[in-house]
Design a protein around this ligand. Structure first.
Ligand code: GAL
Length: 678
């Protein structure tokens, strides 16, 4: 069973990221007082401060932070201390260049910037452990401290590592996994292109090859390896922090990045997971990836849904408060008036009980001079500070919502093996990304919210049973254990929805020599004898995009839809097979928004909010539940006013008054309603 959340906030809490080392000491007390005045009670500090804490090897200095933490204690501001391992100091990388990360071609990443280290260097692990131990021993009992952040954004900047230490550790990793070279050769299909290994010394992390034609099975194991290296590095620090922290203080880390099994990270190292939410990136994504603009910054609700699956009552360590930008890359507009609050409320709606803004004041030097915080360079009170203050008041009115559970209409099943396969397999990636984006858009626009459930080796059917419907969009990689969990879910009454290319591969990423959908065939009652990607000149069936598996319905299986065009007009594209008390719907293509909406309707889950409210597509509705008390968040993402209708009498939590009927949300406005109990 996953989700070992061992810490929860007991009331809604507002924080901010602060860097005392960036400001004259004469500003500290005034800063803390202004924070308090705005309703901020917690700050996160220290995560890039190794060169202050250990300016020379083995010389530890705590005077700087002693002074600052005592001030925090005096001013009654609580502190989350970040371990500084994301930024090894110059003396360290100069003395031990082997701690540096390298590019695929072996070029070492040099001092400067951040995250230029690797997880597997023995000396880096040793020096990091010593730094963390000194820090935890010194501050573990400090009354101002309430928690610890490990490193900063593990696997951010890059989630690939190619130093000598990584090559060695990878070799060890696959050796443990396969025991013999024969088994490794078999698993990686190395006979193809004469890649066969005859000695372990020939095995490396991916190194440059022509046309990116890597061995895909090696790449899959490489993702697993990076994930494990990262989790081990975090667990090393967590073990030390645990020995020194006060009872009740938590261990966390921030962000959510690639090549990382975040669920395992939570399980093995953290008490609570925190995420860094910068919804402005959504607009960049639209530009870069040409994704559907229908849901814009609401895409961050998808990320928050993912975070919730890791840790249901999470925190936001960095919540965007200003426009983003580095001097050399990234350029984001400032959140419009109201948008800062909207985005912070989006986090709360999806499960955050702690929201800490990034950052108190924009830095006047360094790479991030354009990454704007609450206060600007001039340090005057401004509109953003006013918004934070007003948000703090609203957050306080949501104390009864703290610790409540998100209510979903259905589950989206995912797993890391398929995530990582889609990363290396362009075809898998194409329909995988497409379907997930369309499912999300359909869910948002039709007010049919979902939870994500990661299928793992220890997942029990009971974890799925509370959802009447589960979409597992494209489980290309499948094994018997997972098939059994799915089967049990269906037999007990669940509706499972599967898409194209399900069951194509085994867990090594090799295609199975079985009729498709492989191990899932008994469940779907279908056979795939013909399949094709939709060609560039082919219009295809708009409701069955990207890829078409022509489904043959085996006896006992019903055909619900046939391809209207494309490669297989007239052939089944959507089928239904009853199994026990439940059923399996099999779609031969990727999922279009239209098709998802049809499936919501067909399975009876469309619009969770129908009994409570009518809201236009531009408003996101989110429901939380605490022992039967329901709270409905309404978030207006548009720069214009929008009306919704409350069909039942409810309490407006921000205003503390009763309301019913038409309710107008201002541009970027938010509201939380508690429907009256009958
Ligand atoms: C985050 C990071 C912060 C800061 C911020 C703005 O990813 O954790 O340290 O860099 O982005 O760039």
């Amino acid at each position: 069973m996953m989700q070992n959340q061992t810490f929860r906030f007991d009331k809604m809490t507002m924080g901010v990221c602060y860097y005392p080392e960036h400001w004259p000491k004469s500003l500290w007390r005034e800063d803390l007082r202004r924070m308090k005045d705005a309703g901020i009670s917690v700050i996160r500090i220290g995560e890039f401060s190794w060169s202050i804490l250990e300016p020379r090897k083995g010389e530890f200095h705590f005077e700087f932070f002693d002074g600052f933490l005592d001030l925090c204690q005096e001013e009654n501001i609580k502190v989350i201390f970040g371990t500084p391992t994301a930024t090894p100091p110059a003396w360290l990388t100069e003395t031990y260049p082997e701690v540096l990360n390298a590019l695929k071609d072996g070029t070492l990443l040099r001092h400067g910037a951040r995250r230029h280290y690797n997880y597997n260097s023995g000396i880096y692990r040793k020096l990091s452990a010593r730094m963390v131990e000194e820090l935890a021993a010194h501050y573990g009992r400090h009354p101002a401290i309430i928690g610890w952040q490990i490193d900063n954004e593990l696997n951010c900047e890059t989630d690939e590592f190619y130093s000598d230490a990584d090559h060695e550790a990878f070799r060890e990793f696959v050796r443990n996994r396969y025991q013999t070279l024969d088994a490794l050769n078999e698993a990686w299909g190395t006979v193809f292109w004469s890649e066969t290994y005859t000695a372990w010394s020939q095995v490396f992390c991916p190194r440059p090859v022509l046309n990116g034609g890597y061995n895909p099975h090696l790449l899959l194991d490489y993702s697993r390896f990076i994930s494990e290296s990262c989790v081990n590095f975090a667990a090393l620090q967590a073990g030390i922090l645990r020995r020194y922290r006060k009872p009740g203080d938590f261990i966390t880390t921030n962000g959510m990045f690639g090549n990382l099994d975040n669920h395992r990270l939570q399980q093995e190292a953290l008490d609570i997971y925190t995420y860094d939410s910068y919804p402005d990136f959504a607009f960049e994504l639209d530009k870069k990836q040409n994704t559907s603009p229908d849901v814009k910054d609401r895409k961050w609700s998808r990320n928050l849904t993912e975070v919730r699956s890791i840790c249901p009552h999470f925190g936001i360590m960095e919540q965007q408060s200003g426009g983003g930008g580095w001097v050399n890359r990234m350029e984001m507009p400032s959140p419009r008036p109201g948008q800062l609050t909207l985005w912070a409320m989006q986090s709360v709606a999806h499960g955050a009980d702690f929201v800490s803004f990034f950052r108190w004041r924009t830095c006047t030097f360094g790479t991030e001079i354009y990454w704007h915080g609450i206060l600007d360079y001039d340090n005057r009170d401004n509109r953003k500070l006013k918004e934070v203050k007003a948000f703090g008041k609203r957050l306080h009115s949501l104390d009864p919502v703290c610790g409540s559970d998100h209510v979903a209409a259905f589950a989206l099943i995912k797993d890391y093996d398929n995530e990582w396969d889609a990363r290396l397999d362009t075809v898998h990636r194409r329909f995988g990304k497409y379907s997930e984006a369309e499912l999300f858009a359909a869910s948002q626009l039709s007010h049919t919210p979902y939870d994500i459930v990661y299928l793992r080796d220890d997942t029990l059917p009971a974890e799925l049973a509370k959802y009447p419907v589960a979409f597992y969009l494209h489980p290309v990689l499948m094994n018997e254990k997972r098939e059994e969990v799915l089967r049990a879910y269906v037999e007990e009454g669940g509706t499972l929805v599967l898409g194209c290319r399900s069951g194509l591969k085994d867990m090594r990423g090799q295609c199975v020599m079985k009729p498709q959908p492989g191990l899932l065939q008994q469940l779907t009652g279908t056979d795939v004898k013909e399949f094709s990607a939709i060609g560039p000149d082919e219009e295809g069936d708009p409701d069955a995009p990207v890829w078409n598996d022509a489904l043959t319905a085996l006896p006992g299986t019903m055909v619900l839809r046939r391809y209207a065009a494309g490669y297989y007009p007239g052939q089944p594209c959507l089928t239904e097979k009853r199994n026990g008390k439940g059923r399996v719907l099999h779609l031969g293509s990727a999922f279009s928004q239209n098709m998802v909406r049809y499936l919501f309707e067909y399975t009876g889950i469309l619009n969770l909010f129908a009994p409570y409210a009518d809201a236009p597509e531009g408003i996101e509705l989110v429901m939380r539940d605490k022992n039967g008390r329901r709270f409905i968040f309404a978030l207006n993402y548009l720069p214009t006013e929008q009306d919704m209708v409350l069909k039942v009498p409810a309490r407006d939590m921000f205003k503390g008054e009763k309301t019913e009927g038409t309710f107008t949300l201002p541009p970027y406005g938010t509201a939380v309603f508690e429907p009256e109990q009958e």
